[in-house]
Design a protein around this ligand. Sequence first.
Ligand code: BG6
Length: 473
Amino acid sequence: MTFRNDFLWGGATAANQCEGAYDVDGRGLANVDLCPVGEDRLEIITGQKKMFDFDDDHFYPAKESIDMYHRYKEDIALFAEMGFKVYRFSIAWTRIFPKGDENEPNEKGLKFYEDLIDECLKYNIEPLITITHFDFPMYLVEKYGGWRNRKIVDFYKNLVTAIFERFKGKVKYYLTFNEINVILAASFMGAGLYFEEGEDVEKVRAQAIHHELLASAYATKIAKSIDPEIKIGCMLAAGTYYPASMKPEDVFAALKANRENYFFVDVQARGYYPSYKLKDYERKGIMPEITKEDKKILKENTVDFISFSYYSTRAIAADAKKFDEANLIMSVENPYLEKTEWGWQVDPLGFRTTINEIWDRYQKPLFVVENGLGAKDLPDENGYVEDDYRINYLREHIKNMKDAVELDGVDLLGYTTWGPIDLVSAGTGEMSKRYGFIYVDRDDYGNGSLKRSKKKSFDWYKKVIASNGEDLE
Ligand code: BG6
């Protein structure tokens, strides 16, 4: 058999994209609640347009999402029926600390996640927790300016301490920040950063990134002191950059574009800033404040494993004028690849390339924590969807993941597909961009019964898991 016996098959979600109940049981307001569906979303999530409160002109999908807050038992039972070994979900920071700077956590928030974890354990499903998946307390945005402020590191330390202590002995795998590199593109959604006019965006970002990297290292330190069994992972929005041609300038542009993203993992996995980044900051005059103590913390608290999402490769030309957007990251069009309905290029072999590139670079165990196809589904009157397109996408990707393990010898811990149940899209806020094995009756503007039903891919994935990835037909 290719995959290890304890290979963790499952699915991944994020709190704000599925829980709803945004103001229930003491939960505070978060940046992600304020990202509406529609044409303003992009400017808001990137931190260029201010949306610090709800207004009547927009629809905010995270308020109710798919209401998993009240339906998680039904949903986890369906995951268990598919044979999930792992369920990756995230914690809404504002359920635990509604404002973010309190001393004591909100008991109701902790209790909710404890019940959810117990529900997983009941079915022998390993919980894999993302501590922050694009969510950040609005109070900390307004009072402290988001991750640009060093004080946030302390608030994050309080958050992780409360989490590790409460779930000790129940949860082994944690990720500190979802797609940490997305701060480069979507700074408000990714890090609670809103840019005032005239501000040096790159400088603010560099400091915010440093604070996140530091917070991530502290999380490792705190985790080990509370429960040495805990394994901490970083999480990257991965997808290697191809040069658009063999022109040396294009090849070098690809190297640079890859570094922009790997930089985060370079620090989290190796424990120090790479020379290319220090030089870049120096040249631009935007060197963040990095203390001696910070360096020590980074050095001593590297991650145990490396997780990443993969949807596509990217491509770059040194003189590119026109870019496409895929998963918030810019790319020139690759004429050799097909596109999804949302214009994301599909590249299964690029998955194997990316897995290998990360493995070669870090030599730490890997975990694929997101992969999947966002597509429009047409359900019949029972909510059944013949989603062969989704099965095909996943099959081709799993085949390449298998090759990476079998033929290249990569050490892979597990694989969680994105959105095993339909949920709100992070990029667009739409419900109609569906990834699930389970259909949810809800449209882009909140109409629908929220009823769950199985798609064709449900039984297919069940078979994949039961055969430990051997039966992909
Ligand atoms: C990743 C995120 O960027 O990709 C998820 O971690 C997101 O939150 C997923 O949902 C798919 O992107 P989208 O924009 O199709 O929802």
